[in-house]
Design a protein around this ligand. Structure first.
Ligand code: NAD
Length: 312
């Protein structure tokens, strides 16, 4: 990877991935793009690109002579459920436009899938790499279609497509962008500010999660992996922990004893959460390219609270 283009670069993942990749590959070798303007990110190359405009993506990729395409622009699960047609147009239209540019310019390609690519008929515990995928949300439909489309571009055109099925990602730097697992980030902000949090996800609802530094490492490690070792490509199960709201609350209480959790369940996001696995099996990612996560719930909680205590 010499010159990398990132779409959706101002989002939760993109804003941190740009910083990490600029440290590894050089400030001028990572071109950040988004549909809107950002601040700090523009210290290096930045372009406004709407991923639903194929010519705009092509022009920017060609202008910067990129050899790697990281496609992050998307609408997330809760937003996609509120605006399903828009989600289809951005998530699928944007993806096929990005894949076409990767094909035309011979770029290595990454896009994230999600645990949302599973559905109610998927085995819920230790969900296998290859299993039933019949999601019932627009986001899930987009993610399964996206996995298949990336496989198609690899098999049909030889585009070096790679992907990860991310669980909920937790970060202290950028607020989440409308996903079902956002509660697991909000709870830390509220713990620092108000020592209390009202969860829209019900107690007892387990979902997979990962701390952002592990997610960023996973992207870089997968993109640097030997292509001949990649059997599953689009996309690998990855996870670091599985917990429910009571568990994260009791971990926070270890540091903030007064902290209290209450519940006001949002039926839309609760229904999405219940259609997803409780824990997924990342063994294919470990076997094929050495995936490993370094943060568990206690270690992540300590790090989140100490970082937020400084910034909040
Ligand atoms: P986000 O919502 O924080 O950021 C998405 C970015 O895309 C935003 O900056 C937005 O401005 C941009 N965008 C929206 N429409 C656009 C358009 N038409 N053209 C160009 N840019 C546009 O999302 P994120 O959390 O950074 O997620 C990035 C990817 O990772 C998505 O594919 C998402 O489905 C996937 N993912 C995220 C998580 C998570 O917990 N954050 C979990 C699983 C998968």
């Amino acid at each position: 990877m010499k010159k990398i283009l990132i779409t959706g670069a101002l989002g939760q993942i993109g804003s941190e991935l740009v910083i990490k990749m600029r440290k590894i590959y050089g400030m001028n070798n990572v071109v950040a793009t988004d549909i809107r303007m950002g601040d700090d990110i523009q210290l290096g190359p930045f372009e406004i690109v709407d991923v639903t405009d194929p010519a705009a993506i092509y022009d920017v990729a060609k202008k910067h002579n990129v050899d790697t395409f990281i496609h992050l622009a998307a609408l997330l699960s809760a937003t996609a459920e509120a605006k399903p047609l828009l989600a289809w147009n951005i998530n699928m239209g944007g993806l096929v436009n990005a894949l076409e540019v990767a094909r035309e310019l011979n770029c290595k390609f990454f896009t994230p899938s999600s645990i949302g690519a599973f559905g109610p008929s998927t085995p819920k515990i230790n969900t296998p790499q290859n299993t039933i995928q019949r999601p019932t949300t627009m986001y899930g439909v987009n993610k399964v279609s996206g996995e298949l489309l990336c496989d198609y571009y690899f098999n049909k055109f030889g585009v070096d497509t790679r992907g990860l099925r991310f669980p909920g990602l937790i970060s202290y730097m950028t607020p989440p962008g409308g996903g079902t697992t956002d509660y697991s980030v909000e709870i830390f902000y509220e713990a620092i500010k108000n020592k209390a949090y009202t969860s829209y996800i019900d107690k007892g609802t387990y979902m997979d999660m990962m701390y952002m530094p592990d997610a960023l490492n996973a992207i870089v490690d997968l993109m640097e992996a030997d292509p001949t070792k990649l059997i599953n490509r689009n996309a690998y199960n990855v996870t670091a922990m599985s917990f429910e709201p009571e568990q994260i609350a009791s971990e926070i209480k270890q540091h903030i004893p007064e902290f209290k959790i209450a519940y006001k369940v949002d039926p839309v996001r609760q229904a999405i959460a219940e259609s997803w696995p409780e824990s997924i099996d990342p063994s294919a990612a470990k076997r094929e390219w050495g995936f490993k996560a370094t943060f568990d719930l206690p270690k992540m909680t300590e790090d989140m609270l100490s970082k937020l205590a400084v910034t909040c």
